[in-house]
Design a binder for this molecule. Structure first.
Ligand code: ADP
Ligand code: MG
Length: 331
């Protein structure tokens, strides 16, 4: 069982940033209003995610660490995944490849904690905590030295973590996020912070994008809101004058989940085709919402790929909605 967990873990957890993604998604699923992420040494020695969500009852702690145990869906409902994550894989995987401690408290119950290291689970013990959960992952991949070799510099891993946290922060404007670097045991350095946004969908999103992508983006951003065949596209796309030389300025979310997708990125560039030279890229944060059965987001647990049943619809929607918005803005 421990060996199987270690092999499977490599699928879910490729690097510190994928661990952060899984843990923050769990905190979001738990209904947290504030999520804190502390990392040390690019997440290699420490990743700690603190949330004020619903918590895990003491009796459920062992279950949360068991493979394929999820509180989120039953087996018959695999096509209707509204929440994040590859079901029931993340925590056991992390416990197989690192030293994992979960401390949690459900309102009205006592707090408790459990440890698992290299797949060996300890006993559930009483702990002290406010309502919510703290998941601490130390020494990622210490149990799988082959994986350790593939990790990049602390700086590169920290950058990948920052990217993951920012993408999730864009997807959840009403949740507050703090990312701190606590390397070296000295003072914590705040890397990123976004307080919960209020207001309607567009106000909250605009505020959050100003925080993540900068005021200049927000000031140059066109509001996008269009629907085609039950797929809704909304978000903000910047004027062509605010294009970037870097390709990584397009953020696309499908059903609230950050995805990287060539087809969707290509649709974005196609919409701007008449306005941008080859080496300039549009800056945009776009959300596609549709019936979950029309899209498969779990192509691979660690990859943020999507597969639409009919890719022509989202592609056409993006191109037409952006062209329309650009034309309205005088382009
Ligand atoms: P999944 O998210 O696919 O259900 P995980 O291995 O990530 O699988 O988590 C297992 C279970 O542990 C979840 O279904 C949930 O019940 C519980 N859990 C994990 N993290 C949290 C958290 N931060 N707050 C509350 N419950 C959590
Ligand atoms: Mg999960």
């Amino acid at each position: 069982e421990a060996a199987i967990n270690r092999i499977a873990a490599g699928e879910v957890v490729e690097r510190p940033a994928s661990a952060v993604k899984e843990l923050v998604e769990n905190a979001i699923d738990a209904g947290a209003l504030r999520i804190g992420v502390d990392i040390a040494d690019g997440g290699k020695t420490l990743i700690r995610v603190t949330d004020d969500g619903c918590g895990i009852a003491p009796d459920d702690l062992e279950l949360a660490l068991s493979r394929h145990a999820t509180s989120k869906i039953d087996g018959s409902d695999l096509l209707h995944i509204h929440t994040f994550g590859f079901r029931g894989e993340a925590l056991p995987s992390l416990g197989a490849v690192g030293r994992l401690t979960i401390t949690s408290r459900v309102a009205g119950l006592e707090a408790a904690s459990i440890r698992v290291a290299g797949g060996d689970m300890g006993a559930v013990r009483p702990a002290a905590l406010n309502t919510g959960t703290v998941v601490e992952l130390r020494d990622l991949f210490y149990a799988t030295p082959a994986r350790l070799k593939f990790m990049r510099t602390d700086r590169a891993e920290a950058q990948a973590i920052t990217d993951v946290v920012k993408r999730l922060a864009m997807a959840e404007p009403s949740v507050g996020f703090t990312l701190r670097d606590v390397s070296g045991g000295g003072d914590a350095r705040t890397v990123f912070r976004a307080d919960p946004e209020t207001g309607d969908l567009f106000d909250a999103l605009h505020g959050r994008l100003a925080r993540v992508l900068g005021r200049e983006f927000a000031e140059n951003a066109l509001r996008i809101d269009a629907t085609r065949e039950d797929i809704r596209l909304f978000g903000y796309a910047a004027l062509p004058t605010y294009s970037r030389g870097a390709a990584v300025a397009q953020y696309v979310f499908v059903n609230g989940r950050p995805v990287r997708d060539k087809m969707l990125g290509g649709a974005l560039r196609a919409a701007y085709f008449d306005f941008l030279s080859r080496d300039r890229h549009p800056v945009a944060a776009l959300f596609l919402d549709c019936d979950p059965t029309l899209v498969d987001v779990n192509v691979h647990p660690a990859k943020s790929e999507v597969r639409f049943r009919d890719a022509g619809i989202p592609r056409g929607l993006i191109v037409s909605a952006l062209r329309h918005a650009l034309a309205e803005a005088g382009h």
